[in-house]
Design a protein around this ligand. Structure first.
Ligand SMILES: NC(=O)c1ccc[n+]([C@@H]2O[C@H](COP(=O)([O-])OP(=O)(O)OC[C@H]3O[C@@H](n4cnc5c(N)ncnc54)[C@H](OP(=O)(O)O)[C@@H]3O)[C@@H](O)[C@H]2O)c1
Length: 271
């Protein structure tokens, strides 16, 4: 039996659809046939969720309580953990949530359970937060400059996670780097968004400080660390590609054009 956490999120919801029969851990009751209502920070709920589980697909924010989930998983005899981390999860990262990811990854490696880490680049779904600004102003602002980024569709992260969770044994001890098929800039995003919608879209390059202030005034959570990441992206933090997605799934990852055509184009079929 597989347990999926973060099952209401971008990766988790897609992974559950692909895997079919799984148990989920959710904070708010949904409609899952086999779901446990709980929280990483409530150990009693973790025991109910982990009973009888062989494989844990651990998805969620980089909060310290994920280490408690790992401890409970080991105690319940979970054999393999597939965990979504960050592509720059290092103990000395300037970004707090990346340091926390590194700490949780180290905890997992020392747990005695088999593990697979999936380390994705920037999610294309992050771009959808630009929609209100584009609708209101005909463009968007950002501080990633002309940094090139190997953006990936979070549904492809889910596809890789589902393949591994369904048959984890050959993937034990591996860290996979996940990207889309190409390096793109935010100028490319503006051009492809315009092409998908048939309306011009401008890209206003602003400083990290201006970006942080704009996100704060719009009530964006973690505006400070998000602006910090955009500044790093401008310096090439996301300028890398990997073939790992194709090796795991046997197909090509989705590119930016297809993603935007699907999500903001005429049909707006999915996010
Ligand atoms: N965005 C990026 O560009 C990017 C790039 C690389 C790596 N990542 C990593 O990818 C992961 C995010 O995946 P995602 O995009 O699928 O996340 P998401 O859409 O933000 O969903 C987060 C999920 O975690 C659940 N959750 C939050 N706090 C929880 C708690 N205390 N206990 C149990 N569940 C909790 C949420 O439940 P609710 O629905 O109840 O809130 C939700 O299901 C993070 O680890 C992130 O660092 C993101």
């Amino acid at each position: 039996m597989i347990l999926v956490t973060g099952a209401t999120g971008k990766i988790g919801s897609a992974a559950v659809r692909l895997l079919g029969k799984v148990r989920t851990l959710v904070r708010t009751p949904a409609s899952g046939a086999d779901e446990v209502v709980g929280d990483f920070s409530r150990p009693d709920t973790l025991d109910a969720a982990l009973r009888g589980i062989d494989t844990l697909l651990l998805i969620g924010p980089a909060v310290a309580a994920q280490t408690a989930v790992l401890d409970r998983a080991a105690a319940h005899g979970v054999r393999h953990v597939v965990r979504i981390t960050n592509h720059k999860a290092h103990a000395d990262s300037p970004v707090a949530r990346r340091r926390e990811h590194a700490r949780i990854d180290a905890h997992l490696k020392a747990s005695g359970m088999a593990y697979t880490l999936l380390a994705p680049n920037f999610f294309m779904q992050n771009l959808l937060a630009l929609a209100p600004e584009i609708a209101a102003t005909g463009g968007f602002s950002g501080s990633a400059g002309d940094g090139r980024i190997g953006m990936i569709d979070a549904h492809d992260v889910a596809a890789a996670a589902a393949v591994i969770a369904a048959a984890p044994q050959p993937h034990g001890g591996r860290t996979y780097l996940l990207t889309g098929p190409e390096l793109v800039t935010f100028a490319d995003v503006a051009r492809e968004w315009a092409s998908a919608t048939g309306r011009p879209v401008g890209y206003r390059r602003i400083s990290v400080e201006e970006h942080r202030a704009a996100m704060e005034s719009n009530g964006v959570p973690e505006a400070g660390s998000n602006a910090q990441v955009f500044g790093l992206l401008a310096e090439g933090d996301g300028a890398w590609l990997s073939d790992d997605f194709g090796a795991i799934t046997g197909r090509e990852p989705r590119g930016l054009r297809a993603f935007l055509a699907d999500c903001v184009g005429g049909k707006q079929s999915r996010a």
